[in-house]
Design a protein around this ligand. Sequence first.
Ligand code: C2E
Ligand code: MG
Ligand code: MG
Length: 594
Amino acid sequence: MSQADSFKPPLILVVDDDLSARLLMRASLEKVGFRTAEAEDGLIAVAEFEHLKPDAILLDVIMPKLDGYDTCRAIRKLNGGENTPILMVTGLDDIEAIHRAFDSGATDFITKPINWAVLNYRVKYMLRASEAFHEVIDKQQQIQELAFFDHLTGLANRTLFKDTLEVALAESAKEDSQLAVLFMDLDRFKTVNDTLGHHIGDYLLKNVADRVSSCIRESDSFSRLNKRNAKHYVSRLGGDEFTVMLPRLKDPEDAGRVARRINERLAEPFKLADTEVFISVSIGISIFPLDGTETEELMKHADLAMYDAKEKGKNNFQYYKKSLNIKARERLDFENDVRKAVSNEEFELYYQPQIDLASGKIIGAEALTRWQQETRGMVSPGEFIPAIEELGLIIPFTDWVIRQSGQQQLTWQEAKLPPLRIAINISSKHFVQQKVPEKIAKALQTFNLSPNFFELELTESVLAEQNTETLETLRQIKELGMTIAVDDFGTGYSSMVYLKTFPIDIVKIDRFFIKDILTSPQDAAIVKAIIAMAQSMEMKVIAEGIEEEDQFHLLQEMGCDFGQGFLFSAAVSANDFSRMIQDIRSLVPSCVNS
Ligand code: C2E
Ligand code: MG
Ligand code: MG
């Protein structure tokens, strides 16, 4: 409706075969301000309706050609006719006619002879009721939008997608046709969102939605769809996850073609004001009825295939395979075991000695967690630490490590063993989440231990963030009196900048560089450079993974301060470790003391 239309008085269509009746009704309505139009029979009324778009209709029952009932029924089927108020004009006390009027869809009735004042009020009342009715319909539509569509992209949400898929699956089963479900997850979206900000993230999601939708519109499968509902076939499940369904597939390869097109389209840069952002997507595909017959099953399988695509290097698509299910089950079992292990504290701390390379004395130990699982045997921390992180259990786990190493320190001190520093590994996932310094200080207070006997090993990823919060946390740790070491140095971001920015005491050169130090001049040069640089900044250097005597000698010559590795000892139980510190000579090669 144009703005001018909305100021016009309502238009009432008067339908009666009796000319004088028409004239009287129009005159009466116009007198109270309505506009009117007329039709001399039902056929004309039906023919004129869509063109006139009346706001209400006054309809006589008894007419030649098409009577009032049939006219009413016909109008109700027209576009816009379903909700137009229709006032039927019946004979006085003709109950049968009144029943039929309502049956054929009339809104209200008025009896002949007409009381003009009543007529005007009836029409006004009907219009007011109809307006209220339209408001309710509008509200319902708004609610529907909220309940079934994603507000950011305008795509179907999870609920609508599932409902639509359910219907499509029933149809596919009836028609004996195939259907594909595509499950998509953007690669590295979190990084984009975190580094460029949420408004850029939102912009990207909207544009991804558009590109995916356009790929679907171009697909063969889409041209076989009911286009009115096409927007229900693509959805944003939430975050950076999207799904697509492709009904009536000719063959499963068609789904792969659509997926490839989506991969290609999303690989094109997204242009922002003065920069270009690149993103890619991993896609999993499941096929009805091959990979499942139920909504949940097909979505789960497409999701598993998506993980497979991620594992295969991202930016690609994979079909679901039965083997993925086995892998997923194994993963689930493993996660359950890890969860149990954390709550039952099934771990043990082992200690690997750290040696002063010049004197050969043990200066401390790195606490390394060991997990002997009842059916799996010894599980490597390389496997269970990432699972603990993913399960969100790193905080309770690290709390246990801190308590356990505090307890051990106390036991050793009470046994009058020479005081040694224990180095604890702190996961970067933990570091960003929790007030680490307060936690540690509190734990150590309960044992009445000085923080001087503890060192925290952080990986480069913690420091790469380079924000003021990290700096503040590290300062607090220093203030407490703990030592800070950078673990696995050289493997991650390899930036020297943060060594200057943050209060770091020790750099741990990663095993990767020590491994070939005797045969690779590059590695030897890198190690030398790290030692020189660290010492110029008054930091100590510890070399990880020393396995051979010649490596040890070379590092000694290079002026490396400390060392750790199988040459001296692997990580051992607390009891074995206390025996070891009581007899240092058995541990360090004789050449050290010579
Ligand atoms: P990391 O902190 O770099 O620990 C050193 C790893 O190298 C340990 O493996 C240690 O056993 C191994 N290693 C030591 N000397 C040698 C050597 O001469 N040769 C070789 N080939 N390996 C050597 P582990 O115990 O399997 O731990 C692996 C990683 O798991 C650790 O790397 C650490 O990142 C993580 N981790 C272990 N325990 C904990 C823990 O309690 N908390 C956290 N957050 N992470 C832990
Ligand atoms: Mg470590
Ligand atoms: Mg390390």
